[in-house]
Design a protein around this ligand. Structure first.
Ligand code: HEC
Length: 719
């Protein structure tokens, strides 16, 4: 090409890149500078060097191990790392913040909160180590990273990896403070799992709180990125004088109950200045006697003015939730043609397996949503909401009914055993209220849609989402607080521990250890510390009084079988509220070898055409190749962590229990490529380019559902 030809081309390129910077300075689909790719949270990449033609040549180019997984195979890494100027920023199982050369995996710096921060050793929440990523702020001169350790958000200098002490209280802010309530009035467990988002000079954060009736409020807060000062608060449980306050009983619930928290991440529309916030259920999760009403903004997608937290619109996906149907992932922002007009829309997935699609301007549904009548006979004192919103389209990406024909079991003996469980508690209806007899949660408590979230091809308007297909069995236990029938220790156990450790300390599946003979394994000091501080996935129970804790420890030494549950006659008060029931069991319905007690597929990857609302394809995701079932080529596996979709025609996802990274043809669902990983990648991959070379990276943290733990990031590229 001659020089004269080159000049106009350069001008065009320059103009194009300037324009690109202007319109796409936030949503740059060729980089991965934000959790879920861009502020719009679509997990879409415009990179296409790796594509359907050459993906089979993809090879591992680097592996970095932070060498901090635990030996009990309980540590995890759910991080979706970000990549800024050729450097990857991600977290490790021990909540260290890592800066790695994104082309080689070589460490640049490592920030270890334990090493710099003496006061951390007094933070009871620091043992809670779930972290899904990092937020990045850049004003042209300064650059900061924000990430969570326990209940704190840390500000870290991007270049040096050092704590920015001028931010907040010596470099961090405490999410337990500034909620507008005395922390002594709620369960002290306030942490954060999914990273905060950035809007201009604001850091907007949600929280994870306890599931018990006295959970902390889940209000959304914005902080100044420089000073850490709290700038605004949005009350997710409205207070007198605020919109939608009337969806609550007139019993000052807002002073006593909590939850309605955002643990799943948010998405930001920088052009509009709007943050889209998906919220979880209100406390207590499974018994709603003290919150008669629809309970806004529980289980709602809420649009807020990002500058000041002002309420714009909402849509509630479950009214008066009794099933822990938290909205599980950040929504996806993109545009599509509706009735001939290009419209900005927002898609929200749910644990139940629905996709809700709204006009971003006003929250108007794009497809019709029907209020469907549901069963209303609940526990004593419960006023079950009579209808629930079910979108007519898009088609659900998870199966909605668990029929007797679907009961699994790898041999006939096991099949009979599982059938007998099913026959005791037959599946009734969608949104069957909690009861002592028990009911099925299907898709399970973890979804359906989960924290990995959905990827949206912003050109084709197709949504990609993985889903686990596993029923969970839920039973409620009446807690008779009459000291005659339950000792103080047993009552404390029932009120706080049974959901995870079982009615009789037997534990629940692989994730929740048995506490039988726990004193033979651990010292009293260790057990006390676990109760007070939490451990990995176990939240802290710092709120239990010393007298109750002593009695609980005695009870763990000599537990008694809990008598058959009947309607309670006397109940304990929490914040003046009498809690007569506890949920007994995050019970995954598994066979004796730990495989789902339902016929396969146990995990699927799904493509939903958002233009028509139709499911384009559904394929099994993952494979237990050691299992042979007649007529089943691929079992699918339980899965955690989300997909990404690329202009190169690929859907890339780890997530499966069989420790693989997979690439699918986004048009057909055909599996094109797989790679073996050292541990399951229960995390979402990222893709980016350094010096013209495209990479795909994923955290391999394992440590859930009986899998080995891992502590590596692994990157792939075309060699
Ligand atoms: C929300 C679920 C949940 C609740 C509720 C819960 N735990 Fe745990 N617990 C866990 C998990 C998960 C672990 C495994 C933690 C790890 O090692 O990573 C655990 C571990 C423990 C351990 C260590 C056991 C071992 O063998 O290592 C003890 C002791 C314990 N829990 C006691 C309690 C007590 C007492 C209560 C009630 C006050 C309680 N837990 C409530 C989830 C829970």
């Amino acid at each position: 090409m001659s020089k004269t030809n080159l000049i106009p081309l350069l001008v065009v390129l320059l103009l194009f890149s300037c324009r690109n910077n202007e319109t796409n300075s936030y949503d740059n689909y060729s980089s991965w500078e934000h959790y879920a790719g861009t502020p719009s949270g679509v997990r879409y990449s415009a990179l296409n060097q790796i594509n359907t033609e050459n993906v089979r040549q993809l090879t591992k180019v680097w592996e970095y191990s932070s060498a901090d997984k635990d030996e009990q195979n309980r540590s995890q890494n759910q991080c979706n790392p970000i990549i800024v100027d050729g450097v990857l920023y991600g977290t490790s199982p021990e909540s260290k913040l890592l800066a790695l050369n994104a082309a080689t995996g070589a460490p640049i710096w490592i920030f270890d909160p334990e090493s710099v921060d003496q006061s951390l050793s007094e933070d009871p929440m620091r043992f809670y180590k779930v972290n899904r990523g990092v937020a990045h702020w850049n004003d042209g001169d300064a650059e900061r990273l924000f990430y969570n350790v326990g209940r704190h958000i840390y500000a870290i200098d991007l270049k040096t990896g050092t704590l920015i002490k001028s931010f907040g209280d010596n470099g961090r802010i405490d999410l337990q403070l500034g909620l507008g309530r005395d922390p002594k009035t709620f369960n002290p467990f306030v942490a954060s799992t999914t990273p905060p988002v950035i809007y201009k000079n604001l850091l907007i954060s949600g929280s994870r709180v306890a599931e018990s009736i006295d959970a902390a409020p889940g209000h959304i807060r914005a902080y100044d990125v420089i000073s850490g000062e709290q700038k605004w608060i949005f009350h997710t449980i409205p207070q007198p004088g605020e919109a939608n306050y009337e969806t609550w009983p007139d019993t000052k619930a807002y002073e006593k109950l909590g939850g309605a928290n955002n643990w799943a991440g948010m998405s930001v529309d920088h052009q509009r200045g709007v943050v889209y916030v998906p919220l979880g259920s209100v406390s207590g999760d499974f018994y709603g006697r003290f919150r008669e009403g629809s309970n806004l903004y529980g289980n709602s997608l809420v649009a807020l003015n990002a500058s000041n937290g002002e309420y714009l619109w909402h849509f509630q996906t479950v009214h008066h939730d009794l099933w822990d149907r938290d909205l599980p992932a950040n929504p996806n922002l993109f545009s599509m043609e509706i009735d001939g007009t290009m419209t900005d829309v927002v898609a929200q997935i749910t644990k139940q397996g629905y996709v809700f699609l709204f006009d971003r301007n006003n929250g108007k549904p794009i497809f019709e949503i029907e209020e469907v009548a549901v069963p209303t006979l609940g526990l004593e004192g419960e006023k079950v909401w009579p209808t629930q919103p079910i979108p007519k389209l898009p088609q659900p990406f998870s199966d909605q009914y668990f029929s007797r024909d679907e009961v699994g079991g790898l041999d006939s003996l096991e099949h009979q055993r599982l059938l007998s469980i099913y026959d005791k508690v037959p599946y009734k209806k969608l949104f069957d209220p909690p009861s002592i007899a028990g009911n099925w949660i299907f898709p399970g408590f973890d979804g359906g849609g989960e924290w990995g979230g959905a990827a949206v091809d912003i050109e084709e308007r197709v949504l990609y989402i993985n889903s686990t297909r596993l029923p969970w069995l839920m039973e409620m236990v009446a807690v008779d607080q009459d000291t005659g029938s339950m000792s103080l220790g047993q009552r404390t156990y029932v009120n706080n521990c049974i959901a995870c450790h079982g009615t009789n300390l037997e534990g629940r599946g692989e994730d929740y250890p048995s506490l039988i003979d726990v004193f033979d394994r651990l010292s009293e000091k260790e057990i006390r510390s676990t109760i007070e501080n939490g451990l990995n996935m176990m939240p802290s129970f710092a709120g239990i009084t010393e007298a109750d804790k002593k009695a609980l420890l005695e009870y763990l030494k000599a537990p008694k079988t809990i008598k058959e549950s009947k309607e309670p006659t006397s109940v304990k008060e929490v914040n003046g509220l009498k809690v007569p029931y506890q949920m007994n069991g995050y019970n995954r319905f598994l066979d004796k070898d730990g495989y789902p007690g339902i016929k396969p597929p146990w995990g699927t990857l799904n493509a939903v055409d958002l233009k028509t609302g139709k499911l384009l394809w559904k394929v099994p995701l993952g494979n237990h190749k050691e299992v042979t079932i007649e007529g089943v080529e691929q079992t699918g596996t339980e899965n955690y962590g989300g997909p990404l979709v690329t202009k190169g025609g690929l859907v890339i996802i780890g997530a499966t229990k069989d420790s693989k990274l997979h690439a699918f043809d986004k048009t057909t669902g055909e599996l094109l490529w797989e790679a073996e990983l050292p541990a399951p990648a229960f995390a979402t991959p990222a893709t980016y380019s350094v010096n013209g070379k495209q990479y795909i990276v994923i955290a391999c943290g394992g440590g859930k559902i009986g899998s080995p733990s891992g502590d590596s990031y692994i990157a792939f590229a075309l060699d």
